[in-house]
Ligand binder design. Sequence first.
Ligand code: ATP
Length: 296
Amino acid sequence: MPVRLSPAKINLFLYVTGRRADGYHELFSLMAPLTLADRLEIIRSGNGIKAVCSHPDVPEDDRNLACRAAALFRSAMIEKKGDPVFDHLTIHIEKKIPVCGGLGGGSSNAACVLLALNQSSETPFSTDEMMHLGLTLGADVPFFIFGTPAFASGVGEKLVPCRQMPHLSVIIVNPGVPASTVDVFRKLEFGLTFTPSYIINPSSNALPFGNKLDGREILHNDLEGPACSLYPEIGTAKKEMALLLQRNVYMSGSGSSLFALYSDHDMAERSYETLLQARSENMKFIFLSRIGLWDG
Ligand code: ATP
């Protein structure tokens, strides 16, 4: 199978709107895929389903979300067609997306494997069916199957395309501290208010920052407070980044990655160079990326 790109995402804003009886949190978020991406190569050989990845924090066995996606697809194929299609699969993952960075790398890899296997098996499953399958692996997986900028609600599975997403460049800084999504949500319980400071009707598709950015756009992430109190390095990196860029900086997902938005790519490039030169040890990875519009 051809090498595939498995994109990262950012949450431009994220509100936690409730908690379900099963413990999952409900949220309202604007999510966008990035051009920053892992590279995946799926080969139909090996011994069972295995991943190969040189990143020390990525498991190569059935704890890997890409392997779990392949196993899930195989079971679904047995159920639907009585044919597993494959017994052995090796998934080579070249990691570019920081792990536990709030950029959805694992979920993206899972979606990428589901999409690749579905395509190479004459698409037995519709996009909707794939999104349902993906949801059993993680709340962000349906978004990566959807593949376009979208307003997400529910636990992340109710998606409405954001058709007015402007072409944006994004500077991403990861402070090198992995943030545990479970711990960040647990921490949120203490100060939870569930009151979004603005409500956007997804069907109106209005964006809180319009189509041009002037550095004063105001976005919000309910998980930023808890993440910064658990991992103070995030707050430190955020302050440094905002000062150097003279721009608003936001956190993606449950952290730890931070981002700044630019509608002018040349300006983003200059700011990226500034950041590379002035970086401190609080900025372990710095990327210049773009919002990937329709190429999920
Ligand atoms: P999210 O924003 O969806 O919460 P994240 O970007 O913060 O996710 P991931 O990088 O997806 O977090 O990784 C979370 C955990 O999943 C890590 O503990 C990692 O070891 C594990 N994991 C399993 N499979 C993968 C994979 N293919 N890529 C990255 N991490 C994986």
